[in-house]
Design a binder for this molecule. Structure first.
Ligand code: GTP
Length: 591
């Protein structure tokens, strides 16, 4: 259930063992169910993937449905959706790492949904594996009986047979009545150029279907199971997970959590899902303003495969027409950016991520997710009473030897209500502790996760959940280039950090903005106060001036380089800005 614990590797082994895929056909380090380029490149699962397996065991044939889910906290929504289509879950824990912060939250979701949980200890082939200690951790944290834990190596295949056996023995078959009215829970959808929307459904009852949500009617043209690619079948039986293509033209018609039923029959809709809630917003603009229609179309298509992204149009004085996108977290944002570039060849600028703030006025409260709309609280004509910022309940798990470092890090990120406890009682420096606190979401959105990882030598795991809003002293910071404010560079920062943030960003802008033909003052301002300043000195225009006349090829190369780098620049007023000036995505990447 946690990142890198080996879910996709185990999924592959199960697909092989059941003969769903051929071992020889598969590249050794490519996971079958991680289909997106970004997933293969980064070794992470972003989208839950579904496959059906047919397993013959003691004279019986079993149809097993496997859903491989992402492990990163940003994709918790994807996981909770998938769990709704299951009867059981494998709680996979890395025997060298132990329980991670996210195992705990996913365990609770699975338990609340009444799923049968099978605890699996993975990576026992590694010398650093500590199966006894980790089993004890699982017992004290989840109340799991050690005899129920299955020790495996997804890599070598050791013990994986036992997992299949446990799935058959311990997970009840789905309860469904073939004679009951048809009900299908729509839990994911994708778009096919020729067949329109393909919906992934879980059949929960009994040609023509209708949606409880939109009341629209459709004709089923294609249906089947994922084995692991689409494999047509004559029908889908109760309890089965499969796909249907019907004449659904727009992805917006496929509502995740909707119940599909037979035309003419009335059914009680199944309980849906919590809506995905955007935690982080950023503006996305084309480098070349003429590309906006193409960019908007690409974003629209990409959101067909990722329904958790919120999209609205926005425009900026500096950058022109663009879109404001809401994401589940910064990794989600980074993955979306990479997919836009990989799959749609988009050339974009992405602004710094902002969490949604509440601005409380005397008669109303508005949510602001774009720094440009954030009022200047020092301006007496602004009638805002207070600003509230989103906070989260955060939990971290790491070996106890890192406790003081972690506490210090939390305090420096405005954490409150700090508390910690041991997860096991081995009493060694390796004993895991779980630290919990409340923290402003904006502190996490920047570089908290990276710092936590580096301070704990990569051992700490991190999870958080929404904990509402609290009043906070936030201010808008503007950046001025050549004395002109650039709206797309604005940030919202805590007043106590304005000096530090102002100085750091002004320095960074000084570093990344190429020198221009004239001197450029770079300033950070809060209201009318300038809190930091650097000056970019002027540059001579002709980059070839220093080269000998005879070196024609070298001259050409220089001119070409200059042109290439221009392509990735955005002219704002009289100054050319590279993407890093807006938001250096690598600086906040979490993994
Ligand atoms: N030695 C060893 N390595 C393993 C085992 N299982 C998985 N790995 C390795 O651990 C890494 C992570 O495995 P994945 O299967 O991608 O992990 P995951 O849980 O699907 O990760 P996310 O998709 O990011 O949530 C890969 O490098 C695997 O080769 C195992 O049993 N033993």
């Amino acid at each position: 259930m946690c990142k890198d614990h080996g879910k996709s590797t185990l999924a592959d082994r199960l697909l092989e063992l059941t003969g769903t895929i051929d071992k020889k056909q598969k590249g050794s380090n490519q996971q079958v169910l991680d289909k997106l380029k970004v997933e293969r490149e980064r070794g992470i699962t972003v989208k839950a993937q579904t496959a059906s397996m047919i397993h013959k065991f003691s004279g019986h044939q079993y149809l097993l449905n496997l859903i491989d889910t992402p492990g990163h906290v940003d994709f918790a929504w994807e996981v909770s959706r998938s769990l709704a289509a299951c009867q059981g879950a494998l709680l996979l824990v890395d025997a060298t790492q132990g329980i991670e912060a996210q195992s705990i939250s996913v365990f609770h979701i699975a338990q609340e949904r009444g799923l049968k949980i099978i605890p699996v200890l993975n990576k026992i082939d590694l010398p650093a594996a500590q199966p006894e200690i980790i089993t004890a951790q699982m017992q004290s944290t989840f109340g799991i009986d050690p005899v129920d834990c299955i020790a495996i190596s997804a890599k070598t295949g050791e013990g994986v047979e036992n997992v299949l056996q446990a799935i058959i023995d311990r997970i009840p078959p789905p309860s469904g009545d073939a004679s009951a009215p048809l009900k299908a829970l729509l839990f994911d959808s994708s778009y096919d150029r020729y067949r329109g929307v393909i919906s992934l459904v879980n059949i929960q009852g009994g040609d023509k279907i209708a949606s409880c949500h939109t009341r629209k009617k459709y004709e089923v043209v294609d249906l089947g199971i994922m084995h692991p690619e689409e494999s047509p079948t004559a029908s889908l039986q109760p309890g089965q997970v499969g796909f249907i293509a019907c004449n659904m033209k727009e992805s917006s018609e496929a509502h995740v959590g909707d119940t599909l039923h037979r035309v003419g029959e009335t059914v009680e809709p199944m309980p849906g899902f919590k809506l995905a809630k955007a935690m982080v917003y950023a503006g996305i603009y084309p480098i070349d303003s003429n590309d906006f229609p193409k960019l908007e179309e690409s974003i629209k298509r990409l959101t067909l495969t990722d329904r958790s992204v919120e999209v609205t149009r926005e425009s900026s004085t500096a950058l022109g027409q663009g879109c404001r996108l809401g994401f589940l977290g910064t990794l989600h944002m980074d993955v979306f950016r990479q997919r836009l570039e990989d799959e749609y060849d988009a050339n974009i600028i992405i602004t710094a991520p902002t969490v949604p703030y509440k601005i409380v006025y005397k008669d109303k409260t508005v949510i602001v997710s774009n720094p440009t709309d954030f009022p200047d609280m020092a301006d007496s004509s602004v009638r805002a009473k207070e600003v509230q910022e989103p906070i989260v309940n955060a939990s971290m798990i790491a070996p106890q030897s890192y406790l003081s470092d972690m506490l210090e890090l939390c305090y420096s990120h405005r954490a409150e209500n700090l508390d910690w406890k041991y997860l096991d009682t081995s009493g060694t420096p390796d004993s895991r502790i779980m630290l919990t606190c409340t923290m402003p979401l904006t502190e996490i959105v920047t570089d908290f996760f990276d710092k936590l990882k580096s301070r704990s030598s990569g051992f700490a795991s991190f999870d958080y959940e929404d904990a509402g809003y609290q009043p906070s002293n936030m201010v808008k910071m503007m950046f001025l280039l050549n004395n002109k404010p650039v709206d797309a560079l604005a940030l919202i920062v805590h007043r106590s950090a304005e000096q530090d943030v102002g100085r750091a960003w002004v320095k960074k802008l000084h570093k990344v903005i190429p020198r221009q033909l004239f001197e450029v003052p770079i300033q950070a301002a809060v209201g009318r106060r300038i809190v930091a300043r650097e000056t970019l000195s002027a540059l001579r225009a002709d980059v070839t001036a220093g080269l000998y006349g005879g070196h024609y090829e070298r001259k050409l190369k220089h001119l070409k380089n200059q042109k290439e780098s221009k392509k990735k620049m955005k002219r704002v007023g009289s100054v050319e800005l590279p993407q890093e000036a807006f938001f250096d995505i690598l600086g906040t990447k979490s993994s």
